[in-house]
Ligand binder design. Structure first.
Ligand code: PEP
Ligand code: MN
Length: 337
């Protein structure tokens, strides 16, 4: 439930309500809005009467959150969450573009990609060091060496960094090197990994599972937040449908829907969604028009020889013209890029 405090309620009143809820077994989260304090409380509401909370000094009203997810819901928090990633923010006025290769392959490959995407206006560098590949014979990533290269490239260019983790060991290793952790589509319902990501002090980019409903996706985000990390960014990356002429089907209605259901930022991955380089531009523009807070795009200095996802990776020149085309669009939707 959500306990809405009165405007100008005193700190002692807030503390008292918080303690009252704690004593009755509720886990509480303080949300400081622009105007007032709201206390989110998760627990067994059968143990308390709503009226007894409403009677506490400083309380304006108590509302039940009817959705199965609580902390991620708009009912719980009305205002958009703005999540800090390194020195920047996702979910604010500025649209954030994350770009870089699918996998970190070598120092030369990564540095060339990093310099190029920085020059074109990307804010965050992506690069997989642990790749969850469909085939065990495919390139699996450089692991810690890849993380080290990513950190170096981030430092040289000033770009923040993001990388995917696939288990506890890679998570514990990655937090030492990058600004944001990615949980991939294949691990969206790896509940143990979600809980572990809830214990680290880095923001988490949570991709939607290949066949996950929007509700399941939001429940996955709830796992991370209830475990202690409220810095979650959602990413729509296409879902499996009967259509096989694109790698996946980009579900932009899920982006617009998620923005109504949750206060968390939502970004779009047009690369994995389509699997086709020539569709990345149109789908990026569509994503921003649908209300996405940013994009994650695969860019490789030489897509022909990429060890992973070459056919969907943009050449730096193509990425540069994509970014140029997005600027007027950003302005049209009242954002900056
Ligand atoms: C990736 O970002 O390289 C990736 C593997 O994405 P997804 O989990 O969306 O397939
Ligand atoms: Mn990829």
């Amino acid at each position: 439930m959500v306990v809405v405090m009165k405007l100008n309620s005193a700190q002692e009143q807030i503390d008292r309500v918080n303690e009252w809820l704690h004593n009755r077994g509720f886990q509480t989260h303080m949300i400081k809005g622009v105007k007032r304090i709201v206390i989110g409380a998760v627990g067994d509401k059968r143990s308390v009467a709503m009226a007894s909370i409403e009677a506490l000094p400083g309380v304006e009203k108590v509302m039940r959150v009817m959705k199965p997810y609580k902390l991620v819901s708009r009912e719980y928090k009305e205002e958009n969450s703005v999540i800090k990633v390194g020195h920047l923010e996702i979910g604010g006025q500025r649209l954030v573009v994350i770009a870089g290769p699918c996998a970190v392959e070598s120092k030369d490959q990564l540095v060339t990609a990093a310099r190029a995407v920085y020059k074109s206006g990307a804010a965050i560098l992506r690069g997989g060091a642990y790749k969850p590949r469909t085939s065990p014979y495919s390139f699996q990533g450089l692991e810690e060496e890849g993380l080290r290269l990513l950190a170096e490239a981030g430092e040289e260019t000033g770009l923040a960094t993001v990388t995917e983790v696939i288990d506890e060991a890679s998570l514990n290793m990655a937090v030492n090197y990058v600004d944001m952790i990615q949980i991939g589509a294949r691990n969206m319902q790896n509940f143990r990994l979600l809980q572990l990501a809830g214990k680290v002090n880095k923001p988490v980019l949570l991709k939607r599972g290949l066949s996950a409903t929007v509700e399941e996706w939001l429940m996955a985000a709830e796992y991370i937040i209830t475990s202690g990390n409220e810095n979650v960014i959602l990413c729509e990356r296409g879902i499996r449908t009967f259509e096989n002429s694109t790698r996946n089907t980009l579900d932009l209605s899920a982006v617009a829907l998620a923005k109504t259901l949750t206060h968390l930022p939502v970004i779009v991955d047009p690369s994995h969604a389509t699997g086709k380089r020539e569709l990345v531009g149109p789908m990026s523009r569509a994503a921003l028009a649908a209300g996405a807070d940013g994009l994650i795009v695969e860019v490789h200095p030489d897509p022909q020889v990429a060890l992973c996802d070459g056919p969907q990776s943009l050449h730096p020149v193509e990425f540069d013209s994509l970014m140029a085309g997005l600027r007027p669009l950003a302005a049209a939707v009242g954002r900056t890029l």
